[in-house]
Design a protein. Structure first.
Lengths: 300, 441
């Protein structure tokens, strides 16, 4: 049996194909593969950040992490933050989208304004919220004291559970407009006949929402929840600027721990190990996301 | 068809010329010696920035091919920014106002350029006696130089409030301080703005209390020294003061603590001389009632201990254009600019040059003139001051001090005991273990 001779034209096409795909592959390698391999590689060393010098320690960084209460507490905090802020984003997002889908005065203006928290810079948003929460000059404490709810200003960001509650609330406020955008777009495509049929069948407002709207939103909500879960899981700036992870490590999530290890303690190796552990958890989110995406794309 | 003139070049010639000029431009620039220096500082209040711009302008006038850009860092953020800068090789040319213990860490890791040349340019004879001792980590070589001194734990009092509360004596001991704060706390005014946050201010101020209890964080030969009565007494007192501080003190850093006193929300303050400038600018009605004193200690037997972070100047070893960077570092001490810089926050950063301190131009400042006893007291306190990098004259330099502060170990001890009510033994034990780990790392 002789090998089939390769057509020179095929070879040229194959070469052209490789050349055309090469830039994308190179960029992918530069921005995805290299940092990933770098993080894995660094996590096997004990490295002093400013000099990037160190020695090979194998899996010692991982072993340290597994036995570190701080790591497990940070992981738990990450889950608490992600679950609660995401739940609130979905609840407020869907509620706001339903409201904005109704015929109302200044609907266009309201639709624009509701996106404001999402577009405003995190630094600015946090500064504003810190002022609102301020014990001496914050309007929140002043209002609550004026209403007689509090006798003394409340420490919103420096004690638990207030700090976590505040961070979750600010996170929900900042990111719920994303849910509004996605859900509102889907709401506008739900056929009106479905509601008319449900009304004829005797469904009330709640019944129409539960039996018509929610099933129609299912697909978009799955995607939104997965995307927001991934983004919230790796949230850094909002939490860092609001509480810095405190009090003690009560609001310290994994991204904050990575930052602290890398630049506070100058332990780049250990920071990389935390980042890799974080990546493994996020991998689960991604697998679920891709499965959901595939399920949506498959013909029914 | 027209003949192309040698004076009217064709399109190809123009394009070729433009490309050639573009390629040659950086070379020409270098040949002409265009240099950009990056100056980092955490002290960037508007008045200070204005003084820096004056210093930059005078330097650029004397060195027309040099441009200097000021970039702000912060007291809480500089460890991360410096680590990233060193790791990436994108270092600033000159860094000012970092505490001396930060320099010690960088010096130990061979990241800094020796500063002997700059000190020679400034004139060693112009400094106050021993002003650069803290930077001589390696004998004969200086890691940096001081750009000022500070007395960060001065006690600030409101005489009008004390008078209204029938308090005549300035508190000398902790018991007296607590009693004073308790009597002054009323009508929306809190007793003191001590920090309870997980940040460097809490760590640094708590160190002052440990020394105020007669202890130290490390022994002179740098063994961890927190499992003792002094450390426990400091924690106990710090917790006792919690009820006399604003609820939000759990998030206080230098700025919030200062504002609490200046705005009148706290009856006493703990800060440097920046109080004077801020009161004058932001709340002048209390200016005549504000007085400055040494912070109390546990008893009259324990002497005062002043926290001086020894604001510094340093040059990273990787910095480009080293000779120009050194010239600029020395230029920062030229009288006209240096005095402006000091006057930007009178009493906050105190001069390290005796020659400057003695100049009428420095002394003739309205705030310094109006508060001469306070400024003198702060100058004396700062001259005898120490910090975690050099806790007492008997201590060896602690090159791990920067990392200990950045790790927030001490601030966390405060939070665990004062906010979380964790048992004393557990807090002390955890703190000792973590300090030992950091010293070993």
């Amino acid at each position: 049996m002789t090998a089939r001779a390769v057509n020179p034209l095929d070879r040229r096409y194959a070469l052209l194909g490789v050349m055309l795909i090469a830039p994308a592959v190179l960029i992918f390698c530069a921005v995805i593969v290299y940092p990933l391999v770098s993080a894995l590689y660094l996590s096997l060393f004990r490295i002093f950040t400013p000099t990037l010098t160190g020695n090979f320690v194998g899996f010692a960084n991982y072993a340290e992490l597994m036995s570190s209460p701080e790591f497990w507490r940070s992981l738990l905090n990450t889950f608490i933050w992600t679950v609660f802020t995401l739940a609130l984003q979905i609840i407020f997002g869907v509620a706001a989208a339903l409201m904005l889908n109704q015929a109302m005065v200044f609907r266009s203006l309201a639709r624009s304004l509701i996106l404001f928290p999402y577009f405003v810079s995190t630094v600015v948003a946090v500064l504003v919220w810190r002022w609102l929460f301020n014990d001496l000059y914050g309007i929140l404490n002043h209002t609550l004291m004026w209403m007689g709810v509090l006798s003394m200003p409340l420490d919103w960001l420096g004690s638990m559970p207030n700090a976590m509650v505040s961070v979750v609330l600010v996170g929900a406020w900042k990111y719920f407009p994303f849910v509004v955008i996605a859900v509102l777009a889907r709401l506008q495509t739900i056929p009106e006949q479905l509601y008319e049929a449900a009304t004829i069948d005797g469904a009330g407002a709640w019944g129409r929402f539960w039996d018509v709207t929610l099933p129609q939103l299912r697909d978009v909500l799955i995607v939104v929840i997965l995307l927001r879960a991934i983004w919230d899981f790796k949230e850094f700036d909002l939490i860092y600027l609001l509480t810095g992870g405190g009090p003690i490590i009560a609001t310290q999530t994994l991204p904050l721990m990575v930052y602290k290890e890398a630049f506070g303690l100058n332990e780049m190796g250990r920071a990389s190990a935390v980042a890799v552990a974080m990546m493994l958890v996020m991998l689960v989110f991604m697998i679920v996301y891709f499965r959901a995406l595939r399920a949506r794309e498959e013909p029914r | 068809m027209t003949q192309p003139s040698i004076f009217r070049p064709g399109r190809r010639a123009v394009l070729g010329g433009a490309i050639a000029a573009g390629l040659a431009a950086p070379t020409i620039g270098r040949a002409q010696g265009n240099v950009t220096l990056r100056w980092w500082s955490p002290q960037t209040a508007p008045a200070q920035r204005a003084a820096y711009m004056f210093q930059i302008r005078t330097f650029e006038e004397a060195n027309p091919s040099v441009r200097v850009a000021v970039e702000a860092t912060s007291d809480e953020g500089y460890p991360a920014q410096m680590a990233a800068a060193f790791a990436s090789g994108q270092v600033p040319s000159v860094v000012t106002h970092l505490p001396s213990f930060a320099l010690a860490t960088y010096w130990q890791n061979n990241l800094l350029e020796p500063f002997n040349d700059v000190i020679e340019m400034v004139g060693p004879q112009n400094y106050f006696e021993g002003a650069n001792r803290i930077y001589e980590i390696t004998p004969g070589q200086f890691a940096g130089t001081g750009i000022g001194g500070s007395a960060a734990n001065m006690m600030w009092l409101r005489r009008d409030l004390m008078q209204a509360a029938n308090i005549t004596e300035v508190p000398r001991t902790w018991d007296q301080l607590r009693d004073t704060c308790r009597r002054l706390q009323r009508g929306g005014v809190f007793g003191a703005p001590l920090p309870y946050a997980r940040n460097s201010m809490t760590s640094l101020i708590f160190i002052c209390f440990v020394h105020g209890a007669g202890g130290s964080i490390f022994t002179p030969d740098l063994q961890v020294n927190v499992d003792n009565d002094a450390f426990r007494n400091a924690l106990e007192f710090y917790r006792a003061m919690r009820e006399l501080c604003p609820p939000g003190a759990t998030g206080y850093s230098w700025g919030e603590s200062l504002t609490a006193f200046v705005s009148g929300a706290a009856a006493t303050g703990i800060y440097t001389g920046r109080v004077l400038a801020n009161v004058a600018a932001q709340n002048p009605r209390i200016a005549q009632h504000v007085t400055c004193h040494m912070y109390p200690t546990i008893s009259t037997n324990v002497p005062h201990w002043t926290f001086n972070d020894f604001p510094s100047v340093m040059i990273p070893r990787q910095a480009a254009n080293m000779p120009v960077a050194k010239r600029f570092a020395a230029h920062l001490f030229r009288a006209d600019g240096y005095i402006r810089q000091l006057h930007a926050a009178p009493g906050h950063v105190l001069p390290v040059l005796r020659t400057i301190y003695e100049m009428p131009e420095y002394q003739n400042n309205p705030i310094i003139e109006a508060n001469r006893p306070a400024v003198q007291l702060m100058s004396q306190a700062a001259a005898a001051g120490h910090n975690l990098g050099w806790e007492t004259t008997r201590h060896r330099p602690n090159v791990r001090a920067g990392q200990i502060i950045a790790s927030h170990v001490l601030a966390e001890a405060v939070q665990r005991f004062c906010l979380n009510n964790e048992p004393m033994a557990q807090v002390v034990s955890t703190t000792a273990q973590r300090l030992e780990q950091l010293m070993r790392a």
